[in-house]
Design a binder for this molecule. Structure first.
Ligand code: FVH
Length: 293
């Protein structure tokens, strides 16, 4: 049921994610216009109360706010590039995944065509959209985000990161780095313990506890990184490097892939060679902040 007081919104792109976005707006009572290249994907949403626009131009004109969620930025530019004149005066929020350079370039293009532009990154699966669990990051002009925040709140927990439109994409990939690193570390341990007959389910609670403890170190370590000073309050990097050597030896002896521990040790060794062995682990930021050797 539409709420006369809720702001109208248009969704372009009704894949798995775009459909979830449109459904959340409908559920929150927003008059919702949709457009998708494969028109049949709008059927369920139309049955739930959405308006299906016959053309992209009509979709852009139907609401002051249009959200686009397609496969990639190339698709966004191809599709909307044919309708540049219709962008004038609209607010466009692009929740398509991409990199920060694409986000900045798309912001310049949208603004050249008279649109107000916010970029965004969805850090959630479609089933979480519409709940507080769905974290959606935005970047671009702050006043534009503030104007649409009450509407965007129907999608989940929305945050504005800053005026640089590339920030949401940068946070997105930084979050992915965290996610895959935690998962890869867990898989390394699971493979090692598997050689002794320990199953993944037995190790998972212990691994979770370690991940929680390590996550608790982050604020203090972040202070060291921001200060550029790494006193060894808990352990020196050369102590960590010796433990890394044990992990490599144990993995090789057990016939388990040692690529990941060798990569970690190579970085620590470079830092030690540069004179940082007596400092604490976050000094490795100096290796991470350089191009790949
Ligand atoms: N699904 C997920 O869990 C996530 C999680 C976090 C981020 N994303 C990003 O969201 C973007 C869309 O993902 P999606 O899951 O909705 O993807 P699909 O179901 O494959 O739908 C793709 C839609 O894009 C349309 N499309 C593609 N190319 C074109 C084009 N050249 N012209 C017009 N439309 C195009 C496609 O249309 P159709 O095939 O149905 O006709 C779909 O609407 C993505 O950036 C994720 O990384 C998802």
């Amino acid at each position: 049921m539409n709420d006369r007081t809720a702001a109208p919104v248009t969704i372009i792109g009704l894949g798995l994610m775009g459909s979830a976005l449109a459904a959340a707006f409908l559920k929150a009572g927003h008059p919702t216009t949709v457009w998708n290249r494969t028109t049949a994907k709008a059927d369920r949403l139309v049955a739930e109360g959405a308006e299906q626009a016959p053309t992209i131009g009509a979709a852009l004109k139907a609401s002051p706010l249009t959200i686009v969620c397609l496969t990639d930025y190339q698709a966004v530019r191809e599709l909307l590039g044919e309708h540049e004149a219709d962008l004038d005066g609209t607010t466009l929020i692009n929740l398509t995944s991409g990199d920060s350079a694409q986000a900045r370039e798309t912001a310049r293009w949208a603004e050249r065509n008279g649109a107000r532009y916010l970029d965004g990154a969805i850090m959630a699966v479609p089933s979480a959209i519409g709940t507080a669990e769905a974290v959606i990051l935005h970047s671009g002009p702050g006043p534009e985000f503030a104007a649409h925040e009450p509407t965007l709140a129907a999608l989940g927990t929305v945050t504005h990161l800053g005026a640089d439109p590339g920030l949401a994409s940068l946070y997105d990939v930084a979050g992915l780095a965290m996610m895959w690193s935690v998962l890869n570390a867990w898989l390394q341990g699971t493979a090692l313990l598997g050689t002794a007959g320990v199953d993944a389910a037995s190790y998972a609670p212990f691994a979770r506890q370690i991940a929680t403890v390590v996550a608790g170190w982050l604020p203090g370590y972040a202070e060291q990184v921001d200060a550029g000073s790494y006193p060894a309050e808990v352990s020196a990097l050369e102590t960590d490097a010796r433990a890394m050597a044990h992990l490599i030896e144990e993995s090789e002896a057990a016939g388990v892939n040692a690529d990941l521990p060798k990569l970690l040790k190579a970085m620590a060794d470079r830092s030690i060679a540069a004179g940082h062995g007596a400092e604490q682990y976050p000094v490795l930021i100096e290796e991470f902040a350089k191009p790949t050797p």
